[in-house]
Design a protein around this ligand. Structure first.
Ligand SMILES: Nc1ncnc2c1ncn2[C@@H]1O[C@H](COP(=O)(O)OP(=O)(O)O)[C@@H](O)[C@H]1O
Ligand SMILES: [Mg+2]
Length: 276
């Protein structure tokens, strides 16, 4: 990685005092099986006690709370069908939240459309269909910036510095790329809006362990620039290793909420969700 990589410059070490710009504020009081109690002033983004489902169907989420602080990585894990993707859609405004609220930087955004949330600094990379396969890599990045009226070339340069392979392949159709490269396109496209919060639903799905590690490293770099990451991951163990905060969801509810480290050390979490 070159020294001028914008996603590497602002913070450099894993030292908690460097990674966390406001030490003491990020580790919300948490309780096993319970819901995070917001820090004074509230987290940067929170889906707070969300209850809701699809259309007029039964509730999928029950009192579900997810939150992330500025520049932190929050990871959501849990079994298939637990409601992880549904919770992400709820936070992004793609689902009717019947009870609870979503707040961004203290502002209640529960009633806003996804487009309005993008304008407020949120970006979402969904689990599937997250790129335009018949467009080139560069066209995908340009599409990501469609809401912007200013010069996007600087941001595109930052994305190419973060993911050098995309610069090499910028004239190729995204559909010709490998799974890991497509995920880089999807993340790069989301970064083109210059978001403050990046939401990723299984960014490493279907990629090899090496590519997964590489993607996680890039996600850490993005977080170090102050962007909050809210991410769903199937690779629970690896993802919790890079998580400031982890959420275990089961049947639409918070089962465990703690730091990534604490969840990895929790015998019950290990036994039930991490394969021992
Ligand atoms: N578009 C949808 N319409 C109705 N039900 C859905 C839809 N998407 C998911 N569900 C249901 O919501 C539940 C949670 O699914 P999902 O959020 O995709 O879980 P996860 O991402 O944790 O695997 C499942 O029972 C699933 O069948
Ligand atoms: Mg899912």
């Amino acid at each position: 990685m070159s020294e001028e990589n914008a996603y590497q410059t602002k913070r450099g070490a894993k030292d908690a005092t460097i990674v966390n710009p406001r030490p003491g504020l990020t580790l919300d009081p948490v309780s096993e099986g319970g819901v995070a109690i917001p820090a004074p002033g509230g987290p940067y983004l929170i889906g707070d006690k969300m209850t809701g489902g699809y259309g007029k169907g039964a509730d999928i989420l029950h009192d579900c709370t997810l939150a992330v602080e500025e520049g932190e990585i929050a990871v959501i894990v849990g079994p298939n069908g637990a409601g992880k993707s549904t919770a992400m859609k709820a936070v992004f405004g793609m689902l009717n939240v019947r009870e609870g609220a979503v707040r961004l930087n203290g502002e209640d955004i529960t009633a806003l459309t996804p487009q309005a949330r993008v304008a407020k600094g949120m970006a979402f990379v969904p689990q599937t269909s997250n790129i335009f396969t018949s467009m080139t890599v560069e066209e995908n990045l340009e599409m990501g910036a469609f809401l912007r009226k200013d010069d996007i070339s600087g941001t595109m340069e930052q994305v190419y510095e973060l993911f050098p392979i995309l610069r090499e392949k910028r004239r190729q159709h995204a559909g010709e790329l490998s799974g890991g490269q497509r995920q880089q396109v999807a993340v790069g496209r989301a970064l083109m809006t210059q978001p403050k919060v990046l939401m990723l639903d299984e960014p490493t799905a279907g990629v090899s362990p090496i590519v997964m590690d590489e993607l996680f490293d890039r996600i850490i770099e993005v977080a170090r620039t102050g962007i909050s990451i809210l991410m769903v991951e199937q690779n629970a163990r690896q993802a919790l290793q890079i998580a400031d905060k982890g959420y275990v969801l089961v049947q639409g509810r918070n089962a465990f909420t703690d730091t990534g480290k604490a969840l990895l050390a929790n015998p019950e979490v290990r036994k039930s969700f991490l394969g021992g």
